[in-house]
Design a protein around this ligand. Structure first.
Ligand code: IPM
Ligand code: MG
Length: 355
């Protein structure tokens, strides 16, 4: 039996999480495994109950479990809260608490959905990119930071900082990932301007010596963001820092057609990993049964693969999703002419029924 801490969060988080549980339960039945889901609060809903978006009980439960599944956090109604209790803080907090330094964000364009992308079919067809985003460092966590008065004027500042050890450990994850893909790795930085990026590049090159089979390239982040839409098929595995990875992964989701399609796995070198869709909580759509649960269902599939080594089950879920899409079912975000529009729950039911 696997113990899974579930933090569904705010907005539409609980809706997509319910569908992921449905599909995972079915998969468990088929593969003779039992998943025990234990629900805890995170984000705005946790703030309302405990006065903090990341309560200690949630952290403890997460640390004591075999894996964590997260829906999404945030709602406009919390936008006026002080920064230290905003829902997004919980997300950064749990990443730090669990030492989830490696965030794997696959952007795969499925043939069935080529027409859902705003880009031309010949550009996106066949895209299969793994973005590896460093998740516990960079300007997200760097000190000093703040807003203060200097010479009578407000100034805001953050610190973009990486230690060589932080760069080295994410580089190893990236090279290992590239080794089991097609041995091509592109490291994205801004080494033409930033000192921190120059160190990034230096260390990535140093680590590359241990992986002579991997063809390493480097690209500046501005060029990479342009190339991602101009010719995305040139990329296979990308490794980059926290903020560049945040931005590039949202951009990459549009290759696939919708933010509602991209899952992610956040891994540490010790202990539990966390699985979450890359999208947000879409509070405006809450309770309408319209959001796409596929990203969260796929995040569950990644959990089976990375935390429980159930590779076959991963493929089974992926194929179930492809079958449902092949039959023409679409949620609103990926709807196109001649297809059958279904809601969140129905999409989950259909996928579960194919397992
Ligand atoms: C993501 C999100 C988060 C991030 C936000 C909600 C804090 O955009 O997971 O990509 O910036 O990391
Ligand atoms: Mg983001």
């Amino acid at each position: 039996m696997y113990n899974i801490t579930v933090v569904a969060g705010d907005g539409t988080g609980p809706e997509v999480m319910a569908e992921a549980k449905k599909v995972l339960n079915k998969t468990g039945d088929v593969f003779g495994k039992k998943f025990q889901f234990n629900d805890y609060l995170i984000g705005g809903i946790a703030y309302e109950k405990f006065g903090t978006p990341l309560p200690d009980v949630t952290i403890k439960a997460a640390k004591d479990s075999d894996a964590v599944m997260l829906g999404a956090v945030g709602d406009w109604k919390y936008d006026t809260l002080p920064p230290e209790v905003r829902p997004e803080r919980a997300l950064l907090g749990i990443r730090k608490e669990l030492n989830l330094f490696a965030n794997l964000r696959p952007a795969i364009v499925w043939e069935e959905l080529v027409s859902s992308s705003p880009l031309k079919p010949e550009i996106v067809s066949g895209v299969d990119i793994m973005i590896i985003r460093e998740l516990t460092g960079d300007v997200y966590f760097g000190e000093p930071k703040g807003v203060e008065i200097r010479n009578g004027k407000k100034v805001g500042f953050n610190n973009m900082i990486y230690t060589e050890d932080e760069i080295r450990r994410i580089a190893h994850v990236a090279f290992k990932t590239a080794m089991v893909r097609d041995k091509k790795l592109c490291s994205v930085d801004k080494a033409n301007v930033l000192d921190v990026s120059r160190l990034w590049r230096e260390i990535v090159i140093e680590v590359s010596k241990e992986y002579p089979e991997v063809e390493l390239s480097h690209m500046y982040v501005d060029a990479a963001s342009m190339q991602l839409v101009r010719a995305p098929k040139q990329f296979s595995t990308i490794v980059t820092g926290n903020i560049f990875g945040d931005i590039l992964s949202d951009e990459a989701s549009m290759l696939a057609g919708s933010l509602g399609l991209l899952p992610s796995a956040s891994l540490s070198d010790t202990g539990v990993s966390l699985y979450e869709p890359i999208h947000g909580s879409a509070p405006d759509l809450t309770g309408q049964d319209v959001v796409n649960p596929i990203a969260t269902i796929l995040s569950g599939a990644m959990m089976l693969k990375y935390s429980f080594k159930m590779d076959e089950a991963y493929t089974k879920i992926e194929n179930a999703i492809k079958d449902v899409l092949k039959e023409g079912y679409r949620t609103k975000d990926i709807m196109s002419e001649g297809k059958i529009l279904v809601g969140t729950k129905k999409m989950g039911d259909l996928i579960a029924s194919k397992i």
